[in-house]
Every structure is written in C-alpha cells, then in structure tokens.
Design a protein around this ligand. Structure first.
Ligand SMILES: [Zn+2]
Length: 115
C-alpha cells in the first residue's frame, strides 16, 4: 500500500469538469470555474473507481467506501483513505449552486495533511 507521501509525489490528475458534467454549453465561464475550483480537491479516479491508495474498488455492491461520522464524508474501509460522497458546490459569494449526493470522490493527496 502506498503512503500519503508517495501519493503526493505521484502528481495524480485532478478531477476535471468535463469528466463528470456534460452541461458546459449552458454553463457560464464563472460557474464552470467555481465548479472546477471545488473539483480540484479531488483526484480523477479510474473507471473502476479504485482506491488510489490500496486499489480496491470503492463503489458498487462490494465497494469499500464507508460513511464516516461527519455528514457526507467517509473513507476506504480497507486502507482508511478519505473520501467525500455528498458535495455542496458554491459560487464566488459562497452561495450554494447545487449539491451532488452519493458520488464518492477521493481527496487529492495535495489537500491532505501528513499525519
Ligand atoms: Zn483504500
């Protein structure tokens, strides 16, 4: 299993707007930028949605994602790597634009503190 330090050095790609949204034509540039700013906190996951740290599948019937104590947050139960499944995306005035529920995204190693 990889350490957080090793993951940070891998420069994993960040999740991109186009990977999860198809609405770019109807979406203003500033909205798009706000959404991307939020997505920068998360890694782009592979098709199988495998944990970036230990490689087990996070979602699906046998998925390793487990809810944590904080609402919307959870982790991979195999290795403990943190993830978020409820998302609240805000605009530049901190007003909520929309929410996404039950969509598991793992945090980008860059935004995590070393322990
Ligand atoms: Zn894991």
């Amino acid at each position: 299993m990889k350490t957080l330090d090793e993951l940070k050095k891998e420069n994993l790609p960040k999740l991109q707007f186009d990977q999860i949204f198809k609405a770019k034509e109807t979406c203003s540039e500033s909205d798009r930028n706000n959404v991307q700013k939020y997505l920068d906190n998360f890694v782009s996951q592979n098709e199988k949605h495998e944990c970036i740290q230990c490689g087990v599948e996070l979602t699906g019937i046998l998925g390793s994602f487990r809810w944590g104590l904080v609402s919307g947050e959870g982790h991979c139960c195999n290795c403990g790597y943190p993830a978020r499944a409820h998302h609240s995306i805000k605009d530049e005035n901190e007003e909520e634009m929309f929410t996404i529920k039950n969509y598991v995204l793992q945090y980008h190693p860059e935004v995590l503190d070393d322990k």
